[in-house]
Design a protein around this ligand. Structure first.
Ligand code: URA
Length: 234
């Protein structure tokens, strides 16, 4: 019985090595952010966005893309100085091809309205552009694959304020040595390609629907965004 278990463990470790998932066995935080280079495109802002979208459409051998109906690229004002990043499309977003149109999106709209913002005043995208099956979180290799595209997206939009909703966006862009409950509500400035936005993490609206008592903390973050917008003349 014990021998059997040991063999199973050895097989599992070999499998993790095979799929290059050593991070599962390690407690060293994943550092995705040491290299500050992005894929770059030429042309006007719209041309660059179209080229980026085309590049995402051409992605091959992606489990997310295979199972999704539509590419969910971005929504809102491409000239906005406030960009919001969620995790990945859900079922409604997959059908409509637009980020945050489901229940979490309705709450996001209310949160934005509370600081006099709406989709004509912000730009919204996600860490991954295709819906993860069964609404699971995108895994590490999916995040790694989409991260250069997300960084290019941020560089093209060139926001002064970048809002990361939830731990997936926080971990992808800032690193995963900190949890959302500790990292939220703090400004950090960081170069992402040629963009140099002020970044704040806050709770994801889907989390707030499950834990409404945390909305008071999200409200603090929203007020911080409102204040920073004033300071930055947005
Ligand atoms: N949740 C997200 O993170 N993004 C969406 O677009 C919708 C729900």
């Amino acid at each position: 019985m014990k021998k059997n278990l040991n063999q199973k463990l050895i097989n599992l470790i070999e499998y993790y090595n095979l799929i290059n998932a050593n991070f599962l066995l390690s407690n060293v935080p994943i550092k995705r952010n040491s290299v500050n280079s992005t894929i770059s495109f030429s042309g006007t802002k719209i041309e660059k966005l179209n080229k980026l979208k085309k590049k995402i459409e051409l992605i091959k051998n992606c489990e997310l893309k295979k199972n999704a109906t539509n590419l969910v690229f971005g929504d809102g004002n491409i000239n906005s100085k406030i960009m919001i990043i969620g995790e990945g499309p859900g079922a409604n977003e997959d059908v409509e091809g637009k980020p945050f149109v489901g229940r979490a999106g309705k709450l996001l709209d209310k949160m934005l309205a509370s600081i006099k913002l709406n989709r004509t005043k912000v730009y919204i995208s996600n860490v991954v552009n295709y819906r993860p099956p069964e609404n699971r979180k995108p895994n590490e290799s999916e995040i790694d694959r989409y991260l250069p595209l997300l960084k290019a997206h941020i560089e093209i939009i060139n926001p002064k304020i970048l809002v990361l909703l939830g731990s997936t966006a926080l971990n992808a862009l800032i690193g995963n040595d900190t949890v959302i409950s500790k990292a939220r509500g703090q400004w950090v400035q960081k170069e992402i390609g040629k963009a140099n936005p002020w970044i704040i993490a806050s709770f994801h609206p889907a989390f707030l629907m499950r834990q409404p008592e945390q909305k008071k903390l999200a409200w603090i973050d929203l007020k911080m965004i409102r204040e920073k917008s004033k300071i930055l003349n947005i």
